[in-house]
Design a binder for this molecule. Structure first.
Ligand code: PRX
Length: 650
């Protein structure tokens, strides 16, 4: 443990916002935060309605909030268009020539889109979509790298009333297929390939493989990005550039959408092998991402804001595109890997574009920290004024490095807790107001009532771990799971009546600060990416040599968590190192390389209860080497623990 880290814990150091920062902040002091917060809770609907006045409405709402058990609707009766709010509204307000998106390619080229130029491109692509006979509410799947066409396609879906379902480009054809079939997408937008660490990854090939089994898809639009050789299927596949050059109209009037029409579906992992299609709607989501972006990142007109997430995850949806553009911000989009061509790449981009606000994941910070201070120190990072993290708990050591070396001791760090389901940030510092404690996401955002409950539903004591819950609905929350309202009700509202269950454990300290302690369900966070154990297991079991598999998370210094897999082979199959590699490659093929187990242990038996259920906590303690199995007397064969311990893969 580094000395600095030790003393930090001993001192329980608190980092107060500097006077300099607070002076110009939207919310300037803890007193002001408390005042706004108390008002927002006592008058929750009024608070959100007042904030909603900042958006452009074709028609105002009749009712702010409608409750039906655990199903909520916001701003019913209202007519709105999310794309209009992100583009047209900014142009009307005089930001037509302001840069909306700076795109930095992996090879160092950059391209800039003003708000006017972006609107032109989006309108053109809206016409392309329309020419393919799609009707309001149809699903469009976007399987693309981090290129401007992805932003254009999303915004065009929003403009035309189509529902986008973005599938992270790192997912394999199998995962893509499942996600397309679940929502029955009619059209897919992809690219010939994508660049990663200088290599070309074949996106179109993955689409072709998936589409052998996706009867709903009638058309594919392909962006030429890498010039790699691909095959184009007659009548089904069309080049983006051809389609764009053939459109007759360059304008497209934004469709008036009802507040509660679906904006997008985003698949995320849960406790079963089948990913959930988290569904977000128009007005509430837009309002929530708008307001959180403004206050959490404390944005000003002149900021250059960079969120390093991939748009294929919720962070990119909410804080590269919707929340950022709705605020008229300049949002940077980076195509490539953080360490390509060298570990200074992020810092070089910050310097090149004078980035002022930088938002990334703890796993990226830890990965870059390993290469030492010389990389950030060899770039001029003076433009930075605010840093942020998201996706997993940040360890104080990484926090300190980020604060001292990247932020040069003057940038507050907003550690933002939220989820795909929440649409936007729920627990977070407001940088001009809330004193920071490294590792804590601090307090609830205005309008949000977060708490920690014990199993029986009573409030946990100070510093006692429990279930993280949200007690009041908020506009950005998911509305349901695509085609599965039952799963929505059971997953999020099944444990405590009318209270949203986040699936995380947390504690609240004596100062009311939230400390997130990790997932309580079968979700693993590998390098910040959310994966379901059941989904990974089903892919391992689909290998012809495998009879049974169980995966558990283990701690990983860089990735936060990694996957440890226990695998039982079919009778007569030899357990070899080669087979381990084959299984790892198989998972990468089926699901994507982010899901590869970092360790595999072959075992003849699993620790099972008499009813045949695998006892995961036993596997977890074996994988981690803690030997804290708890009570194992209910195992059908307690000897299995010793055998597993002997075969542990270190
Ligand atoms: O466990 C929490 C963790 O990420 C989960 C949500 O994952 P996902 O839906 O992929 O969304 C990630 C980006 C918003 C949460 O249940 N998590 C997210 N942010 C934090 C976090 N854990 C600790 N601290 C955070 N700041």
């Amino acid at each position: 443990m580094k000395d600095e880290f030790k003393s930090l814990l001993k001192e329980k150091r608190v980092f107060k916002p500097s006077k300099e920062f607070s002076k110009n902040a939207h919310i300037k002091s803890i007193q002001e935060y408390k005042k706004i917060y108390n008002y927002s809770i006592k008058n929750s609907e009024k608070f959100w309605a007042e904030k909603a006045e900042q958006l452009h409405w074709f028609k105002k709402w009749n009712k702010i909030l409608t409750k039906n058990g655990c199903f909520f609707k916001w701003f019913e009766g209202g007519k709105i268009n999310v794309c209009y709010n992100c583009l047209d509204k900014n142009i009307e307000e005089g930001r037509g020539n302001k840069i909306a998106i700076i795109w930095e390619a992996e090879d160092g080229q950059a391209k800039k889109y003003t708000y006017s130029k972006l609107l032109d491109e989006v309108s053109k692509f809206s016409n392309v979509l329309k020419s393919h006979n799609l009707k309001k509410g149809d699903r469009v799947c976007l399987y693309m790298p981090m290129i401007p066409e992805l932003a254009i396609a999303m915004l065009a879906c929003a403009r035309t009333g189509l529902i986008h379902s973005i599938v992270f480009g790192g997912f394999s054809s199998e995962s893509l297929k499942d996600r397309i079939n679940d929502c029955k997408a009619k059209l897919v937008v992809t690219s010939d390939g994508s660049f990663r660490n200088g290599k070309v990854i074949p996106s179109k090939e993955n689409v072709d493989a998936a589409l052998n089994d996706c009867p709903s898809v009638k058309k594919v639009i392909v962006v030429k990005r890498c010039n790699n050789k691909i095959s184009m299927k007659n009548k089904r596949d069309h080049w983006w550039h051809d389609e764009m050059s053939q459109v007759r109209y360059h304008e497209f009037k934004a469709v008036e959408m009802c507040s509660e029409d679906t904006l997008f579906i985003l698949y995320t992992s849960g406790t079963t092998g089948k990913p959930k299609g988290v569904l977000h709607t128009q007005a509430g989501y837009l309002l929530y991402t708008y307001q959180t972006f403004k206050w959490v990142f404390d944005t000003k007109d002149e900021d250059i804001y960079w969120c390093t997430a991939d748009i294929g995850w919720i962070t990119g949806h909410s804080y590269i595109i919707y929340g950022a553009l709705a605020n008229g911000a300049t949002s940077l989009m980076y195509e490539g890997a953080p360490t390509y061509p060298n570990p200074g790449r992020f810092w070089q981009v910050v310097e090149k574009h004078n980035v002022t606000i930088f938002y990334t994941a703890p796993t990226a910070i830890r990965a870059l920290m390993v290469y030492g201070d010389k990389w950030p120190k060899s770039h001029n990072l003076k433009s930075l004024r605010l840093l942020g993290t998201v996706g997993e708990p940040i360890n104080p050591e990484a926090w300190m490095w980020y604060y001292n070396v990247v932020g040069n001791k003057h940038c507050p760090i907003v550690d933002t807790w939220w989820q795909t389901e929440t649409g936007g940030i729920l627990i977070t510092p407001l940088p001009g107001a809330i004193p920071l404690k490294p590792g804590s996401a601090t307090h609830s955002f205005p309008g949000i009532v977060a708490d920690v409950l014990k199993d029986d539903g009573t409030k946990a004591k100070t510093d006692e771990g429990g279930y993280l819950v949200i007690k009041k609905p908020w506009p950005g929350m998911l509305r349901t799971i695509w085609n599965n309202p039952k799963r929505y009700r059971e997953t999020y509202f099944g444990k405590f009546k009318n209270i949203y269950l986040a699936g995380d454990s947390a504690r609240i300290d004596k100062d009311g600060y939230f400390w997130i302690m990790g997932r309580l369900d079968d979700v693993i966070k590998v390098a910040g990416h959310r994966l379901g154990t059941a989904e990974v297991e089903s892919h391992i079991v689909s290998h012809k040599a495998v009879a049974e598999a169980a995966v558990v998370p283990i701690q990983d210094e860089i990735k936060g968590q990694a996957i440890y897999a226990f695998v039982t082979l079919k009778k007569g199959i030899l357990a070899t190192e080669n087979l381990k590699q084959e299984i790892t490659g198989h998972v990468a093929n089926k699901m994507g390389s982010i899901a590869k187990p970092s360790k595999i242990q072959f075992t003849d038996d699993m620790p099972k209860t008499r009813s045949g259920k695998i006892m995961r906590r036993v596997l977890k303690s074996i994988a981690e080497g803690t030997k804290e199995y708890g009570n194992i007397s209910t195992l059908s064969d307690p000897n299995v623990v010793e055998k597993l311990e002997r075969g542990r893969s270190s």
